[in-house]
Design a protein around this ligand. Structure first.
Ligand SMILES: Nc1ncnc2c1ncn2[C@@H]1O[C@H](COP(=O)(O)OP(=O)(O)OP(=O)(O)O)[C@@H](O)[C@H]1O
Length: 498
């Protein structure tokens, strides 16, 4: 028997079979990838493993011992540590309080708990080489990447035998991914079992030695990564062949400027930003993470108010005092954190989709049910969102399908200018392909798109040109003919690209 053995696990939610008779095994010192389309059942499997979810049938054995945990705390005590896809830290308490939540701290000399946990957290952060984060900082003040690191530290520092990383890299900046890679190598040496869920093939190959592929709730194959090509894995995962991962890039730029930004400044985050966006153009935003990219998209979508500068739409100055005003002008944002900024998790899938466009389907205060159905069917179909019942809460969808809902609901507004913040985060390769096609199609129809991505390959293959940001300024604009990964990287670190 392997060190971790899952036998015949099944889980059904209403009519949806999330897991069907799944067998899975992993051994100590192994980094084992789980690969599968959005909604294939990967998160459900690990939620069952971590007793966050009950299962209908099946058994789980860790080091030969049958797991009987019915509560996440019991699973953690039995050796299962899970870093979840949607961050679970509490924003209004400190890093130290989050790390020691639910842990008794021994106190023999009546020193305050606060002092002890701050000191211990300082040591932990030093051990994990992230001393730039302060123990007393409130988690809500951290960047997404920093929050993700704390979440990882919280789980790994509890010394569990199994460490599950569910899409842990998708919220990390490039240098933090390197940090995680180093950490995973250490965990491997410590003979822990690491389960690594990701949609990024490159990372799977870098981090893992074995991969198990899931399709529609079933384990459809386990492979030694040295002996299998990406094409075979993707075909197994999707049950079909994907031809051409990126769509053909056709120049659809029109000679008509849609959006013009003049001398835009916002606190310390943006300084004298100037650029134009034409109809039919896809413009990427690149640069190292945290160089003002988020602030720029927030300012253009009316989420923050710039102190200086002007924004013109079709040559006329517009006031973008709040997101509603921006939407009324046809400017919409797919935000960074889908769970807190993009969706109302408790509401149904249907309500989330309809929220921004209620006025389109209401008349004299009544909802036109036929129009409503047509809009909803179109939204679900256009992005192949995997829903059981559209009246289920949106939080019951898999992470990638939630992201598709965010995009679909904004598309219903038929926007002129689409602002995309890393919108393929957590989305499977098949759907990424659909989303890229959608972006290029929208451009061909005359829309303009500002596309921020942490994935340089995406920027090169999807955008017409890329603005590289550095210290709140636009350092360079890399034109179509010069658009290579190397040029974006060079420009990001301050080199001139000729
Ligand atoms: N609490 C729930 N209620 C209803 N359906 C659920 C619930 N949790 C998961 N599901 C459904 O089970 C299926 C498997 O979802 P799961 O989250 O395991 O997928 P996943 O492979 O992790 O996807 P992703 O790559 O998007 O994270 C999906 O169809 C999802 O909608």
């Amino acid at each position: 028997m392997a060190d971790l053995e899952i036998k015949g696990l099944s889980k059904q939610f209403g009519g949806i079979k999330a897991l069907s008779d799944v067998n899975f095994s992993a051994n100590s010192g192994e980094v084992h990838a789980l690969l599968g389309e959005n909604g294939a059942g990967k998160s459900t499997l690990i939620k069952c493993l971590g007793a966050c979810q009950s299962y209908d049938t099946g058994e789980i054995f860790l080091e030969g011992k049958k797991m009987t945990a019915v509560h996440p705390k019991e699973a953690m005590d039995a050796g299962i540590g899970i870093v979840f896809q949607e961050l679970s830290l509490i924003p209004n308490i400190s890093v130290a309080e989050n790390l020691f939540l639910g842990i008794d701290v021994k106190n023999r000399f009546s020193i305050s708990r606060k002092k002890i946990i701050n000191e211990k957290t300082k040591q932990i952060l030093k051990e994990f080489e992230i001393e730039d984060i302060h123990p007393e900082t409130k988690v809500g003040e951290l960047t997404l990447s920093e929050k993700q690191m704390i979440e990882i530290v919280k789980v790994v520092s509890r010394n569990t035998k199994v460490v599950v990383l569910d899409e842990a890299t998708s919220a990390l900046t490039t240098n933090r991914v390197e940090w995680l890679l180093k950490l995973v190598r250490k965990l491997k040496e410590e003979k822990r079992i690491i389960i690594f869920i990701s949609h990024r093939m490159g990372e799977i190959r870098e981090f893992c030695s074995v991969v198990t592929v899931f399709r529609n709730g079933e384990n459809v194959g386990t492979y030694d990564l040295d002996k299998v090509e990406n094409d075979e894995l993707i075909t197994t995962m999707l049950g079909r062949k994907v031809t051409g991962y990126y769509p053909e890039k056709v120049n659809t730029k029109q000679n008509r400027v849609a959006l013009e930004v003049k001398n835009l400044s916002f606190e310390n985050y943006l300084e004298n930003i100037n650029f134009q966006l034409s109809y039919g153009e896809v413009v990427g935003i690149g640069g190292l993470a945290g160089q003002g990219q988020n602030s720029l998209l927030l300012a253009l979508s009316g989420c923050v108010k710039a102190q200086k500068g002007e924004i013109l739409l079709d040559g006329k100055p517009v006031k973008l005092g709040n997101p509603k005003q921006a939407m009324d002008h046809g400017i919409v944002l797919v935000p960074e954190e889908r769970a807190t900024e993009g969706l109302v998790l408790e509401l149904s899938i249907a309500d989330n989709l309809l929220l921004p466009c209620l006025s389109k389907i209401t008349r004299a205060g009544f909802i036109d049910r036929q129009k409503e159905k047509k809009l909803l069917d179109h939204a679900v179909e256009s992005l192949s969102i995997k829903v059981g019942d559209i009246q289920n809460p949106v939080k019951s969808l898999s992470g990638g399908n939630q992201q598709k809902v965010v995009l679909a609901k904004l598309m219903m507004l038929e926007p002129k200018v689409l602002l995309l913040y890393d919108f393929t985060r957590g989305v499977d390769v098949g759907t990424k392909n659909v989303m890229f096609e959608l972006v290029r199609d929208l451009a061909a129809q005359g829309n303009c798109i500002l596309f921020y991505s942490t994935d340089i390959e995406e920027l090169v293959n999807v955008c017409d040109r890329v603005l590289v940001m550095d210290g709140g300024k636009i350092r360079a604009s890399i034109a179509w003919e010069k658009l290579t990964q190397e040029n974006i990287l060079r420009s990001s670190v301050g080199e001139n690209v000729q």
